[in-house]
Design a protein. Structure first.
Length: 418
């Protein structure tokens, strides 16, 4: 297809997809990239340089296709999320983006959420693991090795709510009180009302992704995290539908925790994934007190937001926490952190989160050798105390590097390790 202002690289091949949504990846794919707003102008190019080096050292070639969203899109197109960008990611299947800031009055609650919805990237995946040498607030950050699967289209991300003082919220209130019988539930005075839909369809496709990941990556368990003890018909249904997937679709490959204890005295079959569930508030405690007992977490949207951020805190913060959005044979990798505009263009921030998000992208391309190189080279750089200012100020005897210098150091380590 043609694009209005985006230039397609002269070289490179398009990633294709099978009828089963499996990626068919050439050795020279065209990869759209959004540098992003604020510090995206620093971390985007740094990540490009590292990912490109890892690909080259393992016999691949990335052909970058620069696309635009946020401030850069406003300058070029006069809008925040142009069709060119959405269609480029839709057509080329695998992409990476930096942080985006949604300006007030833009017509979007969030540009990040808008991209996920337009492309139906229904799964947000956040692997959380410790990089040796990164300062952490806990004694044993190395125990953290969890992968969060967060539903990306429902719950609070559905965006169904009405503002206090509007005619719309009054209609909803009257319906709730008069038609549905909750006439003594809402306090008098102004009220904002929101609805959180959780569907069988949305739940089951997310949980399938989580279980499939656990099976493919030799993980022991998948934990459904919910508040079903109180919200019985939304988060309670998420739990129940999750168990239905486990019990009805996977045979002996998956066993529930109840069956494990009722029939097997706690002894799981070899290579079987155990599916269990935990209440969300208790799980926030569990990730601290029993960190190494959990592998893969599957969660509705808001729980996934809380839990994945809390996991990220244990390994040193969101500055090194990677993420990606996936669905129907498409991947959009992105760091978890924000755009931090006050640091934009200063060549000082830590690009690790975007680099490690790119590592997820490489894994999805099937380039595990390149992905391993990125991890090992970044860890070697940090372990040698060659770090950006955020880590440098927390350690003794380190060498403070600019964003670009840090990326260059990782590239050198990639070449020495390859």
């Amino acid at each position: 297809m043609g694009f209005d202002k985006v230039e397609v690289p002269d070289q490179g091949t398009k990633v294709e997809v099978t009828d089963d949504d499996e990626l068919v990846v050439p050795d020279d794919p065209i990869i759209p990239i959004i540098h992003g707003d604020g510090i995206g102008t620093d971390v985007g190019p740094a990540a490009q340089k590292v990912l490109e080096a890892a690909a080259e050292e393992t016999g691949h070639e990335i052909n970058w296709m620069r696309v635009y969203a946020g401030e850069s899109a406003r300058e070029m197109y006069g809008e925040n999320l142009p069709d060119d960008t959405v269609e480029a990611i839709r057509e080329y299947r695998v992409a990476i983006k930096g942080p985006l800031t949604t300006p007030v009055g833009s017509g979007f609650r969030s540009l990040n959420v808008a991209l996920r919805k337009k492309l139906d990237l229904y799964t947000n995946v956040r692997p959380t693991y410790y990089i040796d040498g990164v300062p952490s607030p806990v004694k044993h950050p190395e125990k953290m090795d969890m992968v969060s699967f967060r539903e990306n289209t429902e719950d609070v991300y559905a965006g169904i709510e009405w503002e206090a003082g509007t005619d719309e919220v009054q209609k909803v209130r009257e319906f709730i009180e008069k038609e549905m019988g909750f006439d003594e539930t809402i306090h008098d005075g102004p009220v904002g009302i929101g609805i959180k839909p959780i569907t069988e369809f949305g739940t089951k496709r997310l949980v399938r992704n989580a279980i499939d990941y656990a099976l493919e990556n030799d993980r022991d368990s998948v934990t459904l995290v919910h508040k079903g003890n109180i919200m019985k018909f939304t988060e309670g249904q998420f739990r129940d539908w999750g168990y239905e997937v486990a019990e009805e679709e996977y045979g002996d490959e998956v066993i529930t925790e109840d069956t494990l204890w009722e029939e097997r005295d706690g002894e799981a079959p070899d290579d079987a994934v155990v599916v269990n569930d935990r209440i969300a508030d208790n799980m926030l405690q569990q990730i601290l007190t029993r960190t190494d007992q959990y592998d893969v977490l599957a969660m509705p949207n808001l729980n996934g937001d809380y839990l994945s951020d809390a996991c990220g805190a244990q390994i040193g913060g969101l500055g090194i926490a990677p993420g990606a959005n996936m669905g129907y044979g498409r991947v959009l990798a992105e760091p978890v952190h924000g755009s931090a505009p006050k640091y934009a263009g200063q060549d000082k921030v830590n690009p690790s989160a975007m680099i490690l998000s790119g590592r997820i992208m490489l894994e999805q391309l099937g380039w595990d050798d390149a992905a391993d190189l990125v991890h090992d080279a970044l860890e070697e750089t940090v372990s040698a105390k060659k770090v950006t200012y955020d880590i440098h100020r927390q350690i003794e005897g380190g060498e403070k590097l600019a964003t670009s210098e840090f990326a260059n150091e990782i590239v050198e380590n990639i070449r020495s390790l390859a």
